[in-house]
Design a protein around this ligand. Structure first.
Ligand SMILES: [Zn+2]
Length: 156
């Protein structure tokens, strides 16, 4: 009893030989690997702005103190600069939250994909175990029956 399943890349039906086989051919496995790698890179690319913005935030914090010591400014001007920084900071925060939301969404999507992949894998894997399980039960029933017959034969 061979299980057929759909190729995770091209969707074509194929018979799976091992529990971990997800693709119909070497070609599809390679193509899927390349696609997965690209998706990971895209994911990192999407995360990078959050890291950058976090760093810019630190730079801005530094700029505050650096500006204070190096430049002699009037109080009013200083207030203006502070406001400017505050606005910039608020904008950064909003931008950052937006990105975090985006990245969270991607995490959820990624997790859903992984769960789906494991479910597929489990289906085939358990299938193989079930085969062995029933084979073992069948074998012990036959062996037990023979043992009873033989022992009866000798006891008569
Ligand atoms: Zn395929």
């Amino acid at each position: 009893m061979r299980k057929t399943r759909k190729c995770a890349f091209c969707g074509k039906e194929f018979t799976c030989n091992s529990g971990s086989q997800r693709y119909c051919s070497e070609h599809c496995a390679e193509a899927a690997k390349a696609q997965r790698k690209k998706r990971q890179q895209d994911f990192l690319k999407a995360v990078q702005p959050v890291i950058d913005i976090a760093n810019i935030d630190n730079v801005l914090k530094d700029a505050h103190t650096k500006l204070k010591v190096s430049v002699n400014v009037a109080d009013a001007d200083w207030q203006k600069i502070q406001d400017l920084f505050d606005q910039e900071h608020k904008w950064m925060l909003a931008k950052m939250q937006e990105h975090i939301r985006e990245v969270n969404g991607m995490f959820v999507e990624e997790r859903r994909r992984v769960q789906k992949r494991y479910k597929e894998y489990d289906g085939c894997y358990l299938g193989h175990y079930a085969q062995w399980f029933f084979f073992t039960i069948g074998f012990s029933v036959v062996a037990g029956g023979l043992a009873i017959l033989i022992s009866r034969y000798y006891s008569l």
